[in-house]
Design a binder for this molecule. Structure first.
Ligand code: CTP
Length: 397
């Protein structure tokens, strides 16, 4: 059962264009069993219709401190009975009001009248997001314990690209679940590998691949938002999500050492990294010089980390691998699932447009060792991460 079942969540919708996404958040919260009390600010009402929220939420929309004769002081009643207040999207204005304790409308009054956790999902244009005033307000709110769902980069209103976009509804929902203490992975260790390994040829050159680490990062972030203690072994530490322990590595051998150390007490292991299958046998200590002619680089196999972890898999551990293929997707992936003693393999056809390496979207087939198969259509990598973890957790139970 979802940790949201029966929980009272006040959904405050303020006047950002991302308010349309709050409709989906509302729907998902209700589907997960939450009792959703929607409050729209005057800006929020300009962005989305009250009827939409009244139809989807558990109660009719409230918009004012004074519009309900039966509840003369709604902010205290709503604030006191809430298990969580979620402000989604949160504009720069509401963050400022929250910081100063200004009771400007029903939402801000309710936030002042609650002892429940408050979570904000800031969403705005990059220029606004980067203002020191906005960042300072957020830092103060974070210090006070307000939970912040960080915005993402991508397309913004008006076609602009940049930072400040509201994350997908699945991300917001996972953050709410984690905040309410019922994260499905609470107290469990999850090991994730991400990025492509780099195998040195000489002091300055290496053999690499196209992996960006985005899919592994998304799995790590998703597991963390479900309450897990996440260890991320990655070749791309600069783009790693917050809230996880990072082990930065370069080569397959370094990744193998870190994974073999961290795997035994992990409940879930997700090998999303693109590990080089071969490495130069004898990398030169210094830089190879052109005048010496084209070097004959002899390659030798690297360790298959996943197969090693599969052979030593402790009872109760769920081991997940990836298979990036260009031909015979399911047959090749099923072979790897069996050969490496996996519980689940995430197969993607990287010859398709917008799939796999470097993209922020993916399209995958999940094959489980009990013979079941789930096809996940082209989606954001975070949505793919959700599907992978859902499948893994469903498989375990
Ligand atoms: N993998 C690994 N160690 C390696 C190579 C791969 O742990 N040396 C893992 C990857 O992280 C991935 C899975 O194994 O989870 C499948 O990787 P892939 O390269 O597709 O499989 P291979 O077994 O190397 O097969 P091939 O390259 O021939 O398709």
């Amino acid at each position: 059962m979802s940790s949201l079942a029966g929980r009272r969540i006040v959904l405050g919708v303020t006047g950002g264009i991302a308010a349309y996404k709050a409709v989906e958040v509302c729907r998902r919260l209700v589907d997960a069993g939450a009792h959703v009390v929607p409050i729209l600010t005057s800006g929020g009402r300009r962005m989305v219709g009250e009827t939409t929220f009244s139809a989807l939420a558990s109660e009719p929309v409230r918009t004012s401190l004074f519009d309900d004769p039966e509840t003369p002081i709604p902010h205290t009643t709503i604030g006191q009975s809430a298990d969580l207040i979620l402000v989604c999207p949160a504009t720069a204005r509401v963050l400022s009001d929250m910081r100063t304790g200004r009771s400007a409308d029903l939402l801000t009054a309710t936030i002042l009248a609650t002892r429940a956790p408050v979570m904000v999902c800031p969403a705005m244009h990059t220029e606004m997001w980067e203002q020191p005033s906005v960042q300072e307000n957020l830092a103060v709110l974070a210090d006070r314990g307000v939970l912040i769902v960080a915005p993402e980069s991508g397309q913004l209103a008006g076609g602009d690209m940049g930072h400040g976009r509201l994350p997908e509804s699945a991300t917001v929902l996972a953050a709410v679940e984690a905040a309410l203490g019922g994260g499905e992975l609470l107290g469990q260790k999850v090991l994730v590998s991400a990025g492509g390994t780099r195998e040195p040829i000489d002091a300055v050159r290496y053999i690499a691949n196209r992996s960006s680490g985005k899919q592994g990062n998304a799995v790590a972030a998703e597991a963390a938002s479900r309450g897990a203690d996440v260890v991320l072994v990655t070749t791309q530490p600069n783009s790693a999500p917050t809230g996880v322990r990072i082990i930065a590595v370069e080569t397959a051998a370094e990744m193998a050492a870190a994974c073999e150390l961290e795997a035994p007490d992990s409940a879930l292991v997700v090998m999303a990294a693109a590990v080089a299958d071969f490495r130069p046998a004898e990398p030169a200590d210094g830089k190879l010089k052109k005048v010496d002619g084209a070097p004959a680089v002899v390659l030798v196999p690297t360790i298959d980390i996943l197969a090693t972890l599969g052979a030593a898999k402790p009872a109760g551990q769920t081991l997940i691998g990836f298979a990036a293929e260009t031909d015979d997707l399911v047959t090749n992936a099923a072979g790897k699932l069996a050969r490496k003693n996996l519980d689940l393999i995430v197969a993607n056809d990287v010859s398709k447009p917008n799939v796999g390496f470097g993209h922020s979207t993916n399209e995958v087939v999940l094959l489980l060792s009990d013979g079941t198969r789930h096809d996940v259509p082209l989606s954001d990598k975070r949505e793919i991460a959700c599907a992978v973890l859902d499948a893994a957790l469903g498989y375990r139970s």
